[in-house]
Design a protein around this ligand. Structure first.
Ligand SMILES: C[S@@+](CC[C@H](N)C(=O)[O-])C[C@H]1O[C@@H](n2cnc3c(N)ncnc32)[C@H](O)[C@@H]1O
Length: 221
């Protein structure tokens, strides 16, 4: 599929999405006005669908921004009595997310932890059945071992923006500082595809999504 067809398919899929609650449109506008990167609505819908289909109950999100993807996950997880923990390093964004969670009436079921996920991940006691990785792209590989440890067998690890605006595929890097992030993303994709604890698919939706499932330990005969 060439890039143009991909763009057209994306627009077509977006137009097919059912009407979402007004808070999603409000957040999309705020993100656009303030130039805050959030997932596209079709990726939000994919996250919702994955969590809904898997019956996910314990969700960890790394990279909240203003809480847009969190609310897509919440649509699937909270009505089943599940919980979401989400981590954000940027204080104004964390404050904005809190405001939206309150507005959506879900602030009691979502734990927003302000700080650096590289440290916060080591303070987590429990396990998760769904981890959404959407922080700095160059750091995914750093997060991987801990995410696998925190993930229950059968659980999903979803990493967003793995093509980094197409740079991972084309090799055309727009800024010198993105060179390291691109090579680390490539290493992340190779690792999750070959990892003996994971089964992974990479999908060309949005800016690329890698979906990994943690394997169950093989049963001894
Ligand atoms: C792409 S945005 C997240 C978008 C959000 N998931 C959504 O779709 O609505 C990435 C966020 O990760 C945050 N971030 C980057 N590095 C982080 C870290 N080490 N710990 C916690 N948050 C981090 C950034 O501040 C930014 O708000």
């Amino acid at each position: 599929m060439d890039f143009l067809v991909h763009e057209e398919a994306q627009g077509y899929i977006r137009a097919l999405l059912p009407k979402r609650e007004s808070i999603f449109y409000e957040m999309e506008k705020e993100a656009k006005d303030k130039i805050i990167p959030i997932v596209e609505p079709e990726i939000g819908h994919l996250l919702y669908w994955l969590a809904f289909t898997k019956g996910s109950q314990k969700v960890l999100e790394i990279g909240t921004a203003i809480g847009y993807s969190t609310l897509w996950l919440a649509k699937a997880v909270l009505p089943r009595g599940g919980r979401i923990t989400t981590m954000e390093i940027n204080e104004p964004r964390a404050d904005a997310a809190r405001k939206f969670f309150k507005k959506a009436g879900v602030e009691q079921q979502i734990e927003l932890v302000f700080g650096d996920a590289r440290e916060l991940l080591y303070t987590q006691n429990g396990t998760y059945d769904f981890i959404f990785l959407d922080a700095a792209k160059g750091k995914y590989i750093e997060f991987l071992d801990k995410c696998i440890e925190l993930l229950e067998p059968g659980g999903l690890l979803v990493a967003e923006d793995v093509f980094m605006r197409g740079m991972v595929i084309s090799g055309e890097i727009d800024k010198r500082r993105n060179k390291t992030a691109v090579s680390r993303l490539k290493a992340y994709l190779k690792l999750v595809m070959e990892h003996n604890l994971l089964e992974t698919v990479v999908l060309p939706v949005g800016d690329g999504v890698a979906i990994s499932t943690k394997k169950y330990k093989e049963l001894k005969k």
